[in-house]
Design a protein around this ligand. Structure first.
Ligand SMILES: [Zn+2]
Length: 461
């Protein structure tokens, strides 16, 4: 497997630190509002990468932090006039619901910043002891001049560093490459923690990811992911903090996902093209359509989000679901066809070689749809074992792309059959009201009834 590593600026062959295991850290949400579809593009790309590693047989230990203390969360809690904890609880719950809605595989742990203040202070101690940090006006800053590799990830040349100048804000631009804050001295109307050495205050944003990643994944781990907007300053600062504290390499591979634009424009509230996941669901789109659109173009390309794109995603999903429906409705003879098995093996190998090549999802999806096309031409030749093999193949592909309806959401097949039986009986007794009610109930669960000469069959819409 190979993929683009922001740290080395090239496509690198992947070698894990511990055979068969991967430590994966992804920067999580700042819980001051509902996550928007731009955020979800990153989370879904991370999910695709993680699912692909799982498909390839790796054991993935995935940590995603939750930023529940920073300038934005504090501002929101003051605006709403409720405590920080109350605000963040609302949006943590919403985020985890959205993760489930989009069929994202849950992280192994979602550590919260406010529950790791001691770990952050210990890390700050180390940086102070080793001379990489200094105190000024009740705050603690990291001295970028002390770390010769500063700027490597974001490709910043050393002459652009404003050494000795310090900035308190967590987010700043590339033309402001200054010493950044590790611990912010207490301010009015801000929550604070007490530190024996640095007094009352709160942590900076960057230190939380360094502290929590090493706690759950060790000082040196395999892969760190995030959006391109995280490269500078956030990830650059994480590297500086972690490597200066431990004296060793922090992360081997950095993967960054490109931005999302809406109708070729930057998403912004003032342009009226700013969407949370919930906004799009309210317009009647299915979560799987959104997921499909968000994974279907390469992670290093800008994704143009449009409602037209969602309708195309709907068509693509319909092709897969119709194909499964057709396969389940065939009445095949026993046996297995060599040509079909060969086509399956070739298609899966091709799918893998595309994904192995910097997660070339468009190529991989192309292989999958071509496979569906080929099989559709040979439906009459299929034998029983062929169909089982094809359905298993689809399940393996879907373990990576995750766009088919989730099983746990579905009614059990037996339950559906039972409902259909009840409806048939109601119709026999001319109780059409009940029959319609049963049909509507199934429809509300996305199950469509189809009358065929062999009786009633059903499928997911
Ligand atoms: Zn982070």
């Amino acid at each position: 497997m190979k993929f683009y590593n922001t740290l080395t600026n090239k496509v690198d062959e992947f070698h894990e630190i511990d055979k068969g295991k991967i430590g994966l850290y992804t920067c999580g949400p700042t819980v001051y509002d509902y996550a928007h579809i731009g955020n979800f593009r990153s989370y879904i790309v991370e999910d695709l990468v993680k699912r692909y590693f799982l498909y390839r047989g790796y054991n993935v230990n995935h940590v995603m932090n939750i930023t529940d203390i920073d300038d934005k969360t504090i501002r929101k809690s003051n605006q709403m006039g409720v405590s920080l904890n109350e605000v963040t609880a609302i949006y943590i719950k919403a985020f985890l619901e959205d993760v489930e809605t989009l069929n994202i595989v849950k992280a192994d742990v979602y550590p919260r910043a406010t529950e790791h203040i001691n770990e952050m202070l210990t890390l700050i101690d180390k940086l102070m002891e080793k001379g990489f940090a200094y105190t000024k006006d009740n705050s603690v800053y990291f001295s970028i001049a002390k770390f010769p590799e500063y700027g490597k990830l974001a490709n910043i040349s050393r002459e652009n560093l404003k050494t000795g100048v310090s900035v308190d804000s967590d987010e700043y631009e590339k033309d402001d490459v200054t010493d950044f804050v590790l611990w912010k001295g207490k301010k009015e109307e801000e929550p604070f923690w007490s530190s024996e050495k640095y007094g009352e205050g709160r942590p900076g944003w960057h230190i939380e990811c360094s502290a929590m990643s090493s706690k759950y994944l060790g000082d040196h781990f395999d892969i760190h992911m995030g959006g391109v907007d995280n490269i500078f300053p956030h990830h650059e600062n994480e590297i500086a903090q972690s490597q200066c504290a431990t004296g060793e390499q922090f992360v081997n591979y950095w993967i960054h996902c490109q931005h999302l634009v809406v109708d070729n424009q930057k998403m912004s509230k003032s342009l009226g093209n700013f969407y949370t996941l919930r906004d799009i669901l309210d317009k009647g789109f299915d979560p799987m359509e959104i997921r499909y659109l968000l994974i279907s173009s390469h992670y290093r390309k800008m994704l143009n989000f449009s409602f037209d794109g969602l309708l195309q995603a709907r068509q693509a999903l319909k092709r897969i679901n119709d194909f499964i429906f057709t396969l389940n409705g065939l009445n095949p003879a026993e046996g297995e066809t060599v040509a079909i098995t060969t086509l399956l093996n070739e298609s899966e190998a091709h799918f893998q070689s595309d994904m192995d090549d910097d997660f070339n999802i468009s190529g991989a999806l192309g292989v999958f749809f071509d496979f569906i096309y080929q099989i559709n031409l040979k439906l009459q030749e299929l034998k029983k074992q062929d169909i089982k093999n094809i359905l298993d193949f689809i399940n393996r592909i879907d373990s990576v792309i995750g766009v088919l309806k989730q099983k746990e959401e579905k009614m059990l097949d037996a339950e559906i059959e039972e409902k259909i039986k009840q409806r048939q009986e109601a119709r026999k007794e001319k109780n059409f009201k009940l029959a319609d009610a049963i049909r509507d109930e199934l429809k509300s669960k996305g199950i469509l009834l189809i009358d065929t000469p062999d009786g009633v069959r059903w499928k997911y819409e």
